[in-house]
Design a protein. Structure first.
Length: 267
């Protein structure tokens, strides 16, 4: 009887410990991770006059001594695939990639959905009204925000050059045929003058639309010391508000831009 009692007490202690440990075990995170980066390979989209990404496999073999060894060489223009622009890109005294502190690359994501407008107009320019309509529904643009124009182009077509750029030609001949939406100069002027933003992003190869000749969107943004992010992936899966965008560029000394690993976290 005495023995049974001891077992009963021991059983209860073990049970209590199990319950306590279960309760104290870390709660599974509710956050979702969204990788918003396109891979660098032969299909990566570059400006028609830029040098594309190249990977050369140097080894990838078992050495004479019997162990495996693999290494590659890669080269590319700064501005291609999922990449960022530093202010120096279009502003003579602007900062280079290495002069921008890490924390500046992280901020709340504001997704402005203009997919339907871009479907009926390949040259569509985001307007101040589009920004105000987003705020009407979602509240004031939060401080340090990345303001993202969702055109639907990349999520539908990337890496199909003809459908993303408007042409599959390369070189100078391709420039007049570039056709994709972008930010209007007025929308950027409005954002840098009236809101506290980190930068702007788009799911096309450039924040200026394909038909732009003066690159005013770039010039106003870079002149205001703000950042740009181009060819952001998986925008169709990003919520309209509430996500945090992490933009992690390669740390290129004196870089005017850089490939970036981009991801979002949201609940
Ligand atoms: Zn760029």
């Amino acid at each position: 009887m005495e023995r049974n009692r001891i077992f009963q007490i021991l059983f209860l202690i073990v049970l209590a410990l199990c319950v306590t440990l279960t309760c104290k075990s870390p709660q599974k995170s509710q956050s979702q991770w969204l990788d918003m980066t396109y891979p660098y390979d032969n299909n990566t989209i570059y400006w028609p006059t830029a040098k594309p990404f190249q990977l050369v496999k140097l080894d990838w073999k078992v050495s004479e001594a019997g162990w495996w060894y693999a290494s590659n060489e890669f080269s590319a223009s700064e501005h291609g695939g999922t990449h960022v622009d530093a202010p120096i890109h279009f502003s003579e005294n602007g900062r280079t990639i290495d002069q921008i502190p890490l924390e500046e690359w992280v901020g709340p994501a504001v997704k402005i959905d203009v997919v339907h407008k871009c479907e009926s107009n390949r040259d569509y320019l985001l307007s101040v009204e589009d920004i105000l309509a987003w705020e009407e529904e979602n509240g004031h643009i939060p401080g340090k925000a990345w303001v993202i124009m969702f055109t639907g182009i990349d999520s539908k077509y990337y890496p199909d050059k003809k459908n993303v750029l408007g042409t599959s030609k390369t070189g100078e001949d391709a420039i007049p045929d570039l056709r994709f939406p972008g930010f209007s100069p007025e929308s950027i002027e409005y954002l840098v003058s009236n809101r506290n933003i980190t930068g702007i992003a788009i799911d096309t190869p450039s924040i200026d639309n394909g038909q732009s000749k003066d690159f005013l969107a770039h010039r106003i943004l870079c002149g205001a010391d703000k950042l740009a992010l181009e060819n952001i992936a998986q925008l169709d899966k990003l919520p309209v508000s509430g996500a945090t965008l992490y933009v992690i560029p390669m740390l290129i000394k004196e870089g005017t831009g850089s490939p970036a690993r981009v991801f979002a976290l949201f609940n």
